[in-house]
Each structure stands twice: as C-alpha cells, then as structure tokens.
Design a protein around this ligand. Structure first.
Ligand code: V47
Length: 383
C-alpha cells in the first residue's frame, strides 16, 4: 500500500467536500480540469477548499506577488447603438446625459489622469455610429504624441469589429492600422457570456461569441496581447460559465495572447435587468477561484476592485487572483450601474491592500513587466 505524501495529506485535510477530491488530485498532479470538474467547483459549498486549490495554483504561477498598475480609464463616448440589456452606461444619441468627448477632451482627461509613473491609458466606449474612423486614429496619435511612454490599451473586440466596418477593412488590416497609430493592446470587454442563448437575451445586437474570439485570435496573431472577461451573475447557468472558460482556454492554447482573465460581476442598477440581485460574496470568490483553476494557461486572474468592492477584491487575492487592476482615475460603466466604489485609488492604497493580505505588491506595466516591487510589510494606515 502506498503511503500518502505530505502534500497529499495537506490536500486531504483541507478539502472537506468529498466531491472535490478528484479535482484536488488533478490540481496536485498539474492535470487540466474538465468541464465537469468546473461544474463540481461551482456546485460545491466547500468555499475554503476551493480557495485553497485556487491559491495553490496561484502560488505556483505567480508566487506571492500581486500586481497592480498606474492606469487611467477614459470612456470617450457613452452613445451606443447596441442597447445591451445589462448596460446602464450606453445611451441613445438624443437621450439626456449622452456625450462624446472631442479629441481635445480626451487629451484633457488624459492630462488630468497623468500622475507621475502612469503606465497605461485604458480606453473603452460605446458603439457610436456618428463617430468617423479618423476620430479613433486622432485619439491614438494625440495620446502617443503627448505621452509616448504610456501604453494604450484600447477598444474591445466589439469596437474593433465596428471600426473594421467603418474603414471597410478586414479585422487584421484594421488592427494593423490602429497599431501603427499607437494601439498597444486590447482590453477584455465585450465577451459577456459566450452562450448564444444568453447573448440573444441580453445583447442581441452585439457581435457573436465566434466574432469576439476571432478578433482576439487575429490580434494575438499580430502580436497584440489582450485580456478576456466574463459577465456573470445574471441569467447564465453554471454550465454556461464553464463553457465560457473552456472556449477561452482553447483559444489561449492556440495563441497564448491573453494576459489576464477578469470576471465581471453584474451590477443591475439602472439596467433593463434591474430585477436581478447583486452577486453574493460567495459567488464572486468561487468564480475567481474557478477561473484560476479552469484557465490553467492564463498567466493572470484579475480582481477588478471597481466592480467587486475593496473587501471582496482583497479577499480574492487569497482565492486565486494575482492582480487587483489599478488606480483607474475615473470609471463610468460600472458606476452608471450602481457601483459604490471610489473612482480612483492611489498607488499607496493599492500597495497597502496587497500588503495587508501578506502578499508582495508589484507595480506592473500593461504587459506585466515589473515597474517596481515593494516590500511585504503591511502598513497601518493608507494614504
Ligand atoms: O464589456 C457593462 C461590462 C465591460 C455592466 O481588460 C458590466 O483589463 C457589470 O471590459 N455590470 C467593460 N459589468 C469593462 C471591461 C474591463 C473592465 C476592467 C478591466 C478590463 C481589462 C476590462 O463592462 C463590458 C461589460 O461586460 N459591463 N455593464 C454592468 N451593469
């Protein structure tokens, strides 16, 4: 009879749900989890067991480091023709509160957010049929001209597909034109949930999942990295969440172009789906942990503090996340839907949040190059 090793015993002692044992064995052996393992994770109520497994993988991949970035979000227009039911940010052109920033206003916003050591501008906007293709090129040129050292992470796959239509070019050509104008990487938005059943219900006018994945594939093939997201906590089933992971993981096997996965917790306020409740803390933590365990080829899992709130974002760092996003400066999409988080955090606040959970804060750039590594020492107060 074989005797259990120290790590076998550790796994057995920390996992209480017998249904998780098979998953735990795979995790210990570094074996890829199946869709059915993913469903087991979501269906288990052994939250600490799931968290232990996700943290084990997180430590193997990223040690005790947690990343953050000095970034500045700019939501250049909220006018959007897609009318997604989950979105409180998008407005019709003639609706009160609709806006489109001029190129000068985008620059003014960038100057306001340009703290010393800024690494990234993060630009996302609605699909506004009135904006010409030249506007996007002008924004990229203007930002790169004034801030040559700041990386530009801009335009979700949804915007890229729209821009390809505007300039009547292929996705590949469009990405090449944007890259020449200053685009460095793509954010992960617009993925929502890949299930056609739910897409038809909550964002029927948006590009399909196949199109979203195709834009990402083509970006990665050109050497343009991106993130990926999943909007959860609405009408989707656990099976549909797991299917979303599996499709992302398959694309990552082919391209290795995804940097981070970011689960986005649905905020119902002011949306057409306002009858739905906010996600629970348990669901948020399980989703982060399941993502870490299922997306074995993604280098990073990000806990977007704006959407999760600081307490859950901080706890997520013990449930598989190794990135807490950044300073942000001004965020309109989640705040339109009822987020009660601040608009911005300072570098020190982010650093202290990470140190408080006993992890090493690493300030990064868009591509996860180290900008500065801080000490492991927890600070008593945040500034
Ligand atoms: O695509 C819209 C989501 C996304 C709501 O790549 C909502 O690093 C919750 O993608 N409740 C845009 N979510 C934001 C985004 C993002 C955010 C942070 C970091 C990164 C990254 C990307 O926001 C949309 C949509 O999925 N969203 N409305 C809502 N009511």
């Amino acid at each position: 009879m074989q005797s259990a090793t120290g790590s076998d015993r550790l796994f057995q002692n920390l996992i209480f749900d017998p249904a998780l044992q098979a998953v735990a064995e795979k995790v210990a052996d570094g074996v890829r989890l199946s869709a059915s393992n993913g469903i087991t994770l979501f269906n288990s109520s052994d939250l600490l067991g799931i968290g232990f497994l996700a943290n084990y993988v997180r430590l193997k991949k990223n040690q005790n480091r947690t990343y953050f970035i000095c970034n500045c979000h700019i939501n250049y227009t909220n006018i959007c023709q897609n009318g997604c039911a989950f979105c409180a940010f998008g407005k019709k052109e003639d609706e009160a509160g609709a806006y489109t920033m001029s190129v000068a206003e985008v620059l003014a916003c960038a100057r306001k957010g340009a703290q010393p050591g800024l690494s990234e501008f993060h630009l996302v906007g609605g699909i506004n049929p009135q904006i010409p293709f030249s506007y996007y090129i002008d924004i990229l040129n203007a930002l790169k001209n004034e801030f040559p050292a700041v990386q530009i992470q801009a335009f979700t796959a949804v915007e890229i597909a729209h821009l390809a239509g505007l300039c009547q070019c292929s996705i590949k050509e469009t990405l090449m034109i944007l890259r020449d104008a200053g685009l460095d990487s793509l954010p992960g938005g617009g993925a929502e949930i890949f299930s056609p059943r739910i897409r038809n219900k909550i964002c029927s006018q948006k590009l399909s999942s196949d199109q979203w994945l195709d834009v990402m594939r083509q970006a990665h093939n050109l050497g343009i990295s991106s993130n990926a997201t999943m909007l959860y906590g609405h009408y989707e089933t656990i099976e549909e969440r797991v299917e979303h992971f599996i499709r992302l993981r398959a694309l990552q096997d082919d391209t290795d172009g995804f940097l981070a996965f970011i689960p986005l917790a649905f905020h119902p306020h002011n949306t057409q789906m306002a009858e739905l409740p906010r996600t629970s803390a348990i669901d948020d933590l399980k989703t982060i942990a399941a993502a870490r365990l299922m997306l074995d080829n993604f280098p990073h899992i990000k806990a977007f503090w704006i959407m999760l709130g600081l307490p859950i974002a901080q706890l997520s760092l013990c449930f598989g996340a190794d990135d807490i996003d950044g300073t942000v400066m001004e965020e309109r999409i989640t705040h339109a839907a009822g987020a009660t988080t601040a608009q911005a955090l300072t570098r020190n606040q982010l650093k202290n949040l990470i140190q408080e959970v006993g992890q090493i804060p690493v300030e990064r750039d868009t591509l996860y190059n180290f900008v500065e590594t801080y000490s492991l020492v927890a600070q008593a107060s945040s500034t």
